[in-house]
Ligand binder design. Structure first.
Ligand code: HSE
Length: 441
């Protein structure tokens, strides 16, 4: 396919929810700017959406309710999969690639869980599956990792990569709002996933981390090996105790190269309030990436919402349009940025990581309890960095402990031993601390 500048590029959109409608609107609003950059128009020639009623489809020549009409339309050069979810989105992408159409998708679940197979189909058909909008909304993080930082060996990356979760945590911390109330607002604003448990339980962030980790470290996509913990266990008390110790709590995705392999983990994290990531609020996303030559670089911006996501979708369309104009006979680059993947580097089991920990222990207000707890920590070779003992709440008194770095397996054993004490009433809340030791921002 070789389209000279000036000749329009024909686009088909499957799905007209937040992403599809946002993309259509952006293509109209910024048509002049895009034409100037590209020398051609991006023309939406066909849209398929579940219901046509009430949709603004002005200027679109062909509309239908069957997404496969888009995929099988010979005049379409690039298909945008904006359906979301798995079914029929997976089949739509496979069919479009098999029909030798380039595909743009914001569907992180599909890329994270089926990307290895989809990229293979794209390669076989000499077309590109582009997915910039699948991670961190409007932030061009895929291009940063795959192109801008391509000269570096990546040491680690850490990011706030779920806008809904960050919005909830920010509102809870700054305005003492209730979790459910903030979540409803995030849904109304179009930030939350159709199933908001994906946001709250960390699955959405794990999809995004899986994708970034694969590009950063050249390993195949392995969503099932990404450790995932959500924010639903975080209480206002934890937020306030962390604050007292000089920390805030953020839901982070962390991918790190260690001697044991690649750590891939999503969980609530204590972060010193002086860190840049600690000051990313609301629906904002931010990713800090440490390359061995460049050092740390920070990318921040809106991580969700119609216009931010559309900005990334259309950036991919423009890339692909340039690719089509160039007449290239193969993909511009391998989908994950590596021609040879480091298949032998394994993902580290969460019990094998080393971290610092915040522990909130519901202790019975009795003489000697603190000594018993510190003995158990000492027996497990875990050293204490700070302790706060709060006022008794009914029968129990919360003891807050910050530990120095320890292996998670040992920490779990110590937690089990402390929970088994008669002097401890209930479960211990444990939150990992990210100190970024020796890894200056
Ligand atoms: N639900 C996602 C978020 C949308 O809140 O970040 C963007 O992926």
């Amino acid at each position: 396919m070789n389209v000279e500048a000036g000749k329009p590029i024909s686009i088909g959109i499957c799905g007209l929810g937040t992403v599809g409608a946002g993309t259509l609107a952006l293509l109209k609003d910024n048509a002049d700017e895009i034409r100037m950059r590209l020398g051609s128009d991006l023309v939406v020639n066909r849209i398929a959406t579940r219901t046509l009623e009430g949709k603004d489809l002005e200027g679109v020549a062909n509309t239908s309710t069957d997404v496969f009409d888009v995929v099988n339309d010979e005049s379409i050069d690039i298909v945008i999969e904006a359906i979301g979810g798995y079914d029929p989105a997976l089949e739509v992408i496979k069919q479009a690639l098999a029909n030798k159409k380039h595909v743009v998708t914001a569907n992180k679940a599909l890329i994270a869980e089926h990307g290895n197979e989809l990229f293979e189909i794209a390669n076989q058909n000499k077309v590109v599956l582009a997915y910039e909008s699948s991670v961190a909304g409007g932030i061009p993080i895929i291009k940063a990792l795959r192109e801008g930082l391509a000269a570096n060996k990546i040491n680690w990356l850490a990011g706030i990569i779920n806008g809904t979760g960050n919005f909830i945590m920010t509102e809870m911390a700054s305005k003492q709002r209730q979790f459910g109330d903030v979540l409803t607002e995030a849904q109304k604003l179009g930030y939350a996933e159709a199933d908001p448990s994906f946001d709250v339980e960390g699955i959405d962030a794990a999809h995004k981390l899986t994708i970034m980790g694969s590009i950063a470290f050249g390993i195949p996509l392995q969503f099932d090996k990404t450790y995932t913990e959500g924010i639903s266990q975080i209480t206002p008390e934890d937020i306030s105790y962390a604050d007292e110790l000089g920390y805030c709590i953020k839901h982070l995705g962390i991918a790190r190269r260690s001697e044991k392999g690649i750590e891939m983990r999503v969980h609530p994290t204590l972060l010193s309030k002086s860190r840049l990531l600690a000051n990313v609020n609301g629906v904002g996303n931010a990713i800090l990436i440490h390359g061995n030559k460049v050092g740390a670089t920070l990318y921040s911006g809106p991580g969700a919402g119609a216009e931010a996501t559309a900005s990334a979708v259309v950036a991919d369309l423009i890339d692909l349009a340039r690719h089509i104009q160039s007449g290239a006979q193969s993909s511009v680059y391998p989908a994950l940025g590596y021609r040879d993947m480091h298949e032998q580097i394994s993902v580290v089991d969460i019990e094998a990581i080393e971290a610092e920990y915040y522990l909130r222990i519901p202790a019975v207000d009795r003489v000697g309890v603190m000594a018993k707890i510190s003995n158990i920590l000492q027996e497990h070779d875990i050293s204490i960095e700070a302790v706060i003992q709060k006022e008794a709440i009914s029968e129990t008194v919360p003891i807050i402990i910050l530990t120095h770095s320890a292996e998670e397996k040992r920490l779990n054993q110590a937690i089990a031993a402390i929970e088994a004490l008669d002097d401890v009433a209930g479960t211990i809340n444990r939150i990992r601390v990210e100190p970024f030791h020796g890894e200056a921002e």
